[in-house]
Write a protein of this length. Sequence first.
Length: 517
Amino acid sequence: MKKIVVCSFISVFIFITACNTSRQSASTTDNGIISITLVQINDVYEIAPLNGGKAGGMARVASLKKTILSENPNTLMLIAGDFLSPSVYNSLKYEGSRIRGKQMVEAMNAAGVDLAVFGNHEFDIPEADLQSRINESNFTWISSNTFQKKAEGLLPFVKHQASGDAAFPQTYILQMKDADGTTAKIGFIGLTLPFNKAGYVGYTDAFATAQKLYDQLKDSCEAVVAITHQSMDDDIKLARQIPGLALIIGGHEHERHYAKIGQVYITKADANAKSAYMIKLTINKNRHMRKAEASLIDINESIAIDSATDVVVKKWSAIANKSYASLGFDATKICMQSGEPLDGREAYIRTTKTNFTSLIVTAMEKASPAADLVIINSGSIRVDDILQMPVTQYDVIRSLPFGGSIMEVDMKGSLLIQILNAGKKNVGAGGFLQYSQTVTNDSVAGTWALQDKRIEADNVYKVAITDFLMTGGEANMDFLTAKNPDVVKVYPVFTALNDPRSDVRRAIINFMEGLGK
């Protein structure tokens, strides 16, 4: 794997021998050469620019596509999964219903997205809400290995529209034609990693499915492109398995990547449309050759704001800001001016501590100074991104969209040990726990210590813990409720807006604002 270093513009030139596809000689009316431009984004949860308005924004993405489209009418914009969730909007209501990605679909429609594949986070939201977002979309979904569970088995997801129901295709073929009459068929497959085990979704094996569908497409298309939402390792494995692919356009990692495996290039842009890949695929039918030229473009202030898409962005931003204000937040206010970027990426916070999880824990300790330790589940942190400075209150809100109060609970050491052991077993999942650095584990002896003293089963400890954990709803922690016999006392819930314990986000904001004072 090769990782692209951060810079404003990177070009990768790709020369690929065409796969064994069916072709016809160019006629006298064309030169046999055609170029198709693919604009790639992936893992986009925010419709408005971030980093103080300097990075990203769907209105800039829209402007980029329009510029490229004006240069080449054969231009498509693709999104490689994860756009409906996680998002702070999913916890907000509009016109009586949870928003749950409605703002993103409307922005994507305005920006001119053409093709989309599922990411694992699309299945975070309830089935009915996902169906509504599908119905509202103007773009084409491709779903090769991901299906809806029905009584009769696994069936394709379906878009319900006035013109009739349209089942998601496993493969999608577009015939492109240029000004001099050259035509080419481009085949697409869409793959999603089977990470989210929501009850309404089922998967077939991504690699077996990809091979089967590629074999179906290769003899009828000049190029076959895989749009994937899976790990870089799996994209590399796919490239080795199917060396005839023209490109693998991927998502999931949240950081810009490219790799060349044989003659297959893999591209991934930064999350939240902070960058986009522009891939020019040129097909020479006379010479039976393909050439790809990929440029990674930073989405920043150098790119104009598309006015039509900006109307949608401002509409939803106003709706969200009104909701935040009702909770006592000022979304635009800066609460942390400088410092190292804060790492809230899911792959890290669900397996270890990061500077962001450490900051959150410290903020909770400051909010509950009487507590012996604090505990929060990593699943409460949903930003799945790196927060750049300066950090605003909105950044904190979107990082922990569900909020929730900090509860203070007296419990026996036996229960505390049970909680910590459960959190250890939850590595890689939302139930992986973040806790005070004064808590240590001796994995050999199987014991836990607090401030270098062994946690004793019969001792009572005061724990500051998020209210969600006390519901017993976290994985492997159904025992953690107020009714547990090892819970000695649950203190009254703090509700006053001036009390940082009333909302863990308020505790974080207060702590950030106090840094350097």
